[in-house]
Structures are given as C-alpha cells and as structure tokens.
Design a protein around this ligand. Structure first.
Ligand code: AMP
Ligand code: GLY
Length: 433
C-alpha cells in the first residue's frame, strides 16, 4: 500500500477534525499541520509556517518530502495556493483559484447560478462606485428585509440583513468605512431575503463526479433560539432530519451536480469539497452561498460520521476517481457544542487554563479551535475555544452526551448555547406518526 506524508494547512476546529480523520488512515505515513493547534499536535507535528507565504510552504514541502497537501481554510484556496503547488508537481486537496471563486466572489457565484439555472435568491450586482445607485435601488424596493453583501471574503462579516432602506444606507457607510470590509467590496450584491431553515450540504467532487458525504445544521448566532450577533458557528449536528432521502436527491440533482457541471463547462473544474449553504424555502431548496472548503463547525460532525477512510477519499477526489467511490455514514447522530470565550464574537480575553479535558465520556471527542499550550497547560486562545462532539444512536442521545461532557470542562468565562440540535429534535418529534 502506498503511504503519504501529508501537510494539512489550517489551525481551527475544522483542522483538528481533519487531522483526527486523516490519522485513522493506514495510508498515512506522517502528518504535519501548519500552523495547527494543541489538538492537531496529538496526531502529527505542528509547524509554524506562514501559510500566506506560498514560497515558504513550497520550501517546507520539498524539504520534508511531503506527498499530499490538504488545505482547510478558504483564504489560501481563494489566493491560489492549490495552483501554485500543483505547478511544482504537488498533489493538493482543495479547489483551484478559479474554482474557489464560488466562495471568493459572491457576484461570480450568483452569475454561475443564474447562467446555469441553479435556484437561488433574486439579486442585483453593483460596482463599488455605484453606491448612490444602490441607495436609490433599495429605496425603491417595497419588500423588506433585503440582503446586502460585500462581494469578497469577509470572514463571515460581509452579509447584512437590512429591514429598511435607511438601515441599508447605514450599512453601506459601515462597509465603506471599515478597512477589512471595504477591501472585500469591489462589488455589492443586493439580494432578496429568503425565508426558511438553513442546512449545509457537503459533497466531494473530482471535477466531474460529485458524491454527497453529509449534511449538517450550523447555529450561527451567539444566543439561544438564534438570537444575537452572528458568529463563526456555535455548534452543529448531523445528519439534519430537515432533509429526507427525497430532499437530498432533489438537492443533488438540481443544485450540487449542476454546480459541478457548470464549473466544468466554464473550464474551471471544481475539485475538492463543495459546501453548499441552502435555505429550505416554501419554493424548495435555494442556494444561500457556496464555500470551497469544509464548514467549521460542520466538519467536526461530518468527519466523525464518515465510514470511509478520509485520506483515501481525498486522494480519489484529487485523482478523478470518485465515480468508483461509494460513501456511507456511521449509524446515529453527531452533535458538536462550541465552548467560547466570554465576549465572543466581540472582544474577549485569552490565556485562561482549561480544566477537565480528560473527563469527557467515551463516545465524546473534543476538537480544539482557539487553544494554546503554555508550559504543558492548555489555555484559551481564541473566541471559539473547543468543540465537544457527542455521538449517539438518537439525536437526543448525541446532544445529551455532548452537554454532559461540556459540563465537565471548565475555563473562566466559558460560554455556550444550550440549544444545539433542538431544531432537529423538534423535527424528529413532528415526523413521528
Ligand atoms: P455568509 O456570511 O455568507 O455565511 O451569510 C451569513 C448568513 O446570512 C447566512 O447563513 C444566512 O443566514 C444569511 N443570509 C445570506 N443571504 C441570505 C438571503 N438571501 N436570505 C436570507 N438570509 C440570508
Ligand atoms: N459554518 C460556517 C462556515 O464554515 O462558513
């Protein structure tokens, strides 16, 4: 059996889950994670590389005989790290720069959906210098809320749901006066507001063949019952009972495969994991957004649910062999509760010792997001700190297991939502005969 020396790029909970999955593979010879976190260090060697410095990444790969690179986050993908490394003959899991535009440019992804008839919200694109036209366009609208989006990557902060023309006008000022947001706003997308429940669907694609590997529900708001500010995601569970087999097939046939076909038609084939964020509207599923990577925190419930060897699946994706692959999920449900620092998603303090990591139940896995190790002690080092993932034969059991372990882990200011998975439970209850 051929074995691989893998370099995994990234440092979040998603990458800890990927490292955990890769480490189970008999095809893994060794694993390096750049820059990684104390969680990924359990499965390989963390290396402090600046992943924005493509030359430094290449140098590391060549000096260490790396034979496979897995890119976790969107930024290096959108910046073209895959293309750069492939030009030097390296094998990379993650879409090309051109294909990653599905996430990197909202106006581009909308244009693909429009051109190929993929269901999504009605929209209008404006250039940056057309701010006064945007204001006029919105002031003539009679249906609110309306959604205003900066075109480029904005770390989840570029989407605004505006309940009036005045609010939209203020949002435009906010975007243009914020250094980071403004940099992502060469274009603006003004979009119809879609009503419904959201679900994240994950597929692997080798450029032609797509295969669904899982679907999960994220919890983006900081507060229980989806209240308060948006965050990176406060928890997830999979599979989401919102989708039954017929809905999944419909989504695959009308959205996922058509997207992969569209990218092939555009001569920018999509290879990697495609994360489709969907709104289940009364008119059927519609695309909210595409992401060119695994979701975080969704990855923390999707990877543990996979029956197949993650490394082998990624290799089949890169080498165009997905046609022959079949995927299945472990029985039961997975629920991940994010433990965050007090103050997140606003300002928060770091450096608090974390106690109780060794006290979690069997069937529970803890993936680190923002942690650091100082003198042998794991401390808080980010807004989202830990993901506590429970597995159970029922969703209720998965939820109960996750929370029982959450209660045993302590750090100063630890906060978490207490309703992760409840939406799913309500659906399970209502679908009972
Ligand atoms: P994003 O930052 O692109 O992940 O978008 C953040 C969130 O904004 C999505 O998860 C949705 O909850 C919401 N959103 C984006 N577009 C729409 C839309 N057209 N209608 C309703 N909600 C939306
Ligand atoms: N879970 C949201 C994201 O990864 O973008």
């Amino acid at each position: 059996m051929e074995t691989y020396k893998v370099l995994l790029i990234g440092s979040g909970g998603r990458e800890h889950a990927l490292a955990w999955g890769l480490a189970k593979s008999p095809m893994l010879e060794s694993l390096f994670i750049a820059p990684g976190n104390p969680g990924t260090a359990q499965f390989g060697t963390n290396v402090s590389l600046d992943v924005d410095d493509f030359e430094a990444v290449l140098e590391f790969i060549e000096a260490n005989g790396i034979t496979f690179v897995v890119i976790g986050p969107e930024k290096p993908l959108v910046d073209g790290l895959t293309d750069y490394l492939e030009d030097y003959g390296h094998k990379v899991f993650g879409p090309s720069k051109a294909a990653a535009r599905l996430e990197g440019s909202k106006s581009y992804s909308k244009s693909i959906m429009q051109k190929y008839g993929i269901p999504t919200a009605a929209y209008h694109v404006f250039e940056r210098h057309e701010v006064s036209q945007i204001r006029e366009y919105i002031s003539n609208m009679d249906v609110f809320p309306v959604v205003l989006k900066a075109d480029g990557l904005a770390a989840g902060k570029g989407v605004f749901i505006c309940s009036s023309a005045e609010e939209a006008s203020d949002v435009l000022d906010t975007i243009l006066n914020d250094v980071n947001l403004s940099a992502a706003a060469d274009f603006f997308v003004v979009e119809e507001f879609m009503q419904g429940e959201e679900v994240s669907v994950f597929a692997l694609s080798d450029g032609q063949t797509a295969k669904l590997i899982g679907y999960a529900q994220d919890h983006k708001r900081i507060g229980d019952n989806d209240t308060g500010l948006n965050t990176g995601g406060m928890g997830a569970y999979a599979p989401a009972p919102l989708l039954d087999q017929a809905a999944l097939e419909h989504i695959f046939n009308t959205i996922v495969q058509p997207t992969i076909d569209a990218m092939a038609m555009e001569a920018t084939p999509y290879k990697g994991v495609l994360y489709t964020g969907l709104m289940m509207t009364s008119e059927g599923p519609k695309v909210v957004e595409y992401n060119c990577r695994f979701g975080d925190p969704e990855c923390q419930v999707i990877v543990p649910s996979l029956e197949q060897d993650l490394l082998e699946m990624m290799l089949m994706t890169v080498s165009g062999r997905l046609e022959y692959a079949s995927f299945s999920s472990k029985p039961g449900y997975f629920c991940s509760v994010v433990m965050a620092s007090k103050g997140y998603p606003g300002a928060y303090m770091k450096g608090f010792p974390i106690q109780g990591l060794g006290l979690v139940d069997e069937d529970v896995t803890v993936f680190h997001s923002g942690t650091a190790e100082i003198d042998g002690q794991i401390v808080t080092h980010g807004g989202r700190v830990l993901n506590v993932v429970g597995h159970g034969m029922t969703l209720q059991e998965a939820i109960d297991k996750a929370y029982a372990s959450v209660e045993r882990i302590q750090f100063e200011g630890a906060t978490y939502r207490i309703d992760i998975g409840q939406k799913g439970l309500r659906r399970v209850a209502s679908s009972r005969p």
